[in-house]
Design a protein around this ligand. Sequence first.
Ligand code: DX5
Ligand code: ZN
Length: 219
Amino acid sequence: MRERILAPSILSADFANLGSDILRVVDAGAKYLHIDVMDGMFVPTISYGMPIIKSIRKVTNITFDVHLMIVEPERYIGVFREIGADLITVHIETLSEPEKTLKTIRGFGAKVGLSLNPETPVEKIFPYLDLVDMVMVMTVRPGIGGQKYIHECTPKVEAVAAELKARGLDEKVDIEVDGGIDDTTIDEALNAGANIIVAGTAVFGGDIEGNAKKLLSHF
Ligand code: DX5
Ligand code: ZN
């Protein structure tokens, strides 16, 4: 079975205490830090970008899972890698030449992630499964933290898991779920085959260590 990993999303963190709050999730056992970059174009909101990533790279060696919700992401892959992204995920909806962009990410030495929005048919990503290390299934509309998990997306996780298995890629490619994961929805995602679990509000809202440990207890 793939290793199960908790990836707290700093979108819901208190930015006035970002460094110390990140150390809290690392201490609690998170293995990835999920970093949402939004441009106000692909999604309506703008989050944060390079300077924040550069600063937090100094406080921890944890794997930086950078989720690019931006148009023409190929423009910035080199710079995100340079400032410390370990895994770079792009959205299929933003790619005019998916194969080229995914190979560019690999060329810069980062792990390669491919994401799809709730309304995008899962088959859209199937041609590219050989080129990725991770598939991210969005389980909310991208752009905002704290939304409700969309249960209709769970069959997409199952479909990705089945397709990876059929193609002998199940040991090689991780499945991440992003959006609306909390104590009540995490089991549904894990049972469907997801092994990397993003959680923003459910980790950074309140008692950070306690929240992270509670989610990890489901693994
Ligand atoms: C949404 C982001 C998510 C977000 C998840 O566009 O991609 O990573 O931080 O937040 P929660 O866990 O609060 O739904
Ligand atoms: Zn995200």
